[in-house]
Write a protein that binds this ligand. Structure first.
Ligand code: UGA
Length: 448
């Protein structure tokens, strides 16, 4: 099939590559000329395992084409995916201007029957809004062309995006049109049956992927409710971790014990510095906004946000407990991305923590294996270090904020010899507390 993917962010790029790899012709369009030039040259602006190789392969075999002309991408395709950003406004309400702009352009460019899919995380009712805007923008020359709207939320996780795109746990198709649903089933058939070249001998291959067919509003809500539920799980665990510290319990044992109940499960049960990233903060706020907009209380959602804000602050408080006064102290921070295996620092709790340390007068040295540039909202007073050892040299405290695999195997003898004071604050509970304490470190985790 001929597919146009509008927007080459995480979702657009990974989805585009996936549809190309399973045999479709995909036009990935973006109005950002520099980004498209980079992509054409096979250079990927985001760090995602396996993505660069797949992009190069599919450019070469002609299945993947990058360009900046959205209108021609729409005209050349039967299926159009909208994958543009929906950043939050100060109220928490998502900003839909990029979606509206694309819908307008689709209305102006439509030249035959098209299926328009929304993959971006959008407020309830956006499918209907897109339909209205497209209709309003059809002109005398193209007003008779029919189209259908489908809500097809994306569930990929950053750092595992390629795997999630090819081997998803479910596919959700929400539409009021039977015709569109049948075409979508056809498009997704290789993924549903796990029958494509990339799947052969791949350890992530599933037997079959479940597909859920529903109306567009329910599909939109499935996406929000899933992210909000996951964020709730983490905030809940973080709250229990704080109780653990008060009563002398161990969060690792508590969550393990809880997770053995299959109704609870052991995943997404890690206490830490609070959730961040480009999705959870935005989506929980947006769902809370929508819930209240429709006259229903968002009590749980608001509490989930509140617990998370407190958790980030708690890390700073713990550092204060270890150091006494922070002013003039040297703090080595390990990690910057909001989670490992990605270079994304959007709404990363690490940035808030670093800024607070600087505000309190500390010298902060930061090391991240992938992030080498200052995140937009990070205070430039922080010093970027070339290695974890440089970051902790002369430091009074080491704070681990992202659980990158290389931090598990640090040479702690070397770390000890470099630090001015052997204080470790493990914001992800990944280090061996007993071993470190035996070596003479003062160790603090989250909830144990
Ligand atoms: C999240 C969802 O997991 C995806 O299913 C969804 O498709 C995506 O948002 C999206 O809406 O696009 P992502 O933001 O990439 O994916 O990251 P997660 O792996 O979910 O982690 C989110 C945050 O929770 C991170 O800050 C992470 O450190 C934190 N976390 C996660 C914990 O603190 N504890 C855990 O046990 C798990």
């Amino acid at each position: 099939m001929k597919v146009c993917v509008i927007g080459t962010g995480y979702v657009g790029l990974v989805s585009g590559v996936c549809f190309a790899e399973i045999g479709n012709t995909v036009f990935c369009v973006d109005k950002d000329k520099d980004k498209i030039e980079l992509l054409k040259a096979g250079k990927v602006p985001i760090y995602e395992e396996g993505l660069a190789e797949l992009i190069k392969k599919n450019i070469k075999n002609g299945n993947l084409v990058f360009h900046t002309d959205t209108s021609s991408g729409i005209k050349e395709s039967d299926i159009i995916f909208i994958c543009v950003g929906t950043p939050p406004l100060p109220s928490g309400k998502p900003n839909l201007s990029a979606i509206d702009e694309v819908a307008k352009l689709i209305g102006q460019s439509i030249n035959g029957y098209k299926i328009i899919l929304n993959k971006s995380t959008v407020p309830i009712g956006t499918a209907k809004r897109i339909k209205k805007i497209i209709k309003e923008n059809q002109n005398d020359g193209n007003k008779n062309y029919d189209f259908d709207i489908v809500s097809n939320p994306e569930f990929l996780k950053e750092g595992e995006a390629v795997k999630d795109a090819f081997f998803p746990e479910r596919i959700v198709i929400g539409s009021e049109s039977k015709k569109a649903i049948e075409i979508m089933k056809k498009l997704y058939e290789p993924i549903i049956n796990q029958d494509f070249g990339y799947a052969v001998n791949n350890t992530n291959k599933r037997d079959k992927v479940p597909i859920l067919l529903t109306d567009s509003t329910s599909a939109e809500l499935i996406k929000y409710a899933s992210n909000a539920f996951l964020a709730t799980k983490i905030s809940f665990v973080n709250e229990i971790a704080n109780i653990c510290e008060r009563v002398g319990a161990n969060i690792l044992d508590v969550t393990y014990g809880m997770g053995l109940d299959s109704r609870i499960g052991s995943r997404f049960m890690k206490a830490g510095i609070g959730w961040g990233g480009s999705c959870f903060p935005k989506d929980v706020r947006a769902l809370s906004y929508t819930t209240e907009e429709y006259g229903s209380p968002a009590s749980i959602l608001n509490a989930v946000i509140q617990v998370n804000n407190y958790q980030i602050f708690k890390v700073v408080q713990k550092a204060m407990d270890m150091l006494g006064i922070i002013d003039d102290k040297i703090i080595g921070v390990l990690g910057l991305s909001f989670k490992p295996n990605t270079n994304d620092t959007r709404e990363a709790p690490s940035v808030i923590i670093i800024n607070k340390f600087l505000e309190l007068g500390a010298e902060v040295r930061v090391y991240d294996p992938i992030v080498k540039e200052y995140p937009e909202n990070m205070d430039k007073g922080a010093i970027m270090s070339a290695s974890p050892y440089r970051a902790v040299k002369g430091a009074n405290l080491m704070v681990l904020v992202t659980e990158w695999s290389e931090f598990y195997d640090l040479d702690f003898k070397k770390v000890k010899s470099l630090m001015a004071n052997c204080n470790i604050l493990d914001g992800r509970n990944i280090l061996d507390r007993q071993k470190l304490q035996k070596m003479g470190f003062k160790y603090a985790g989250i909830g144990y």
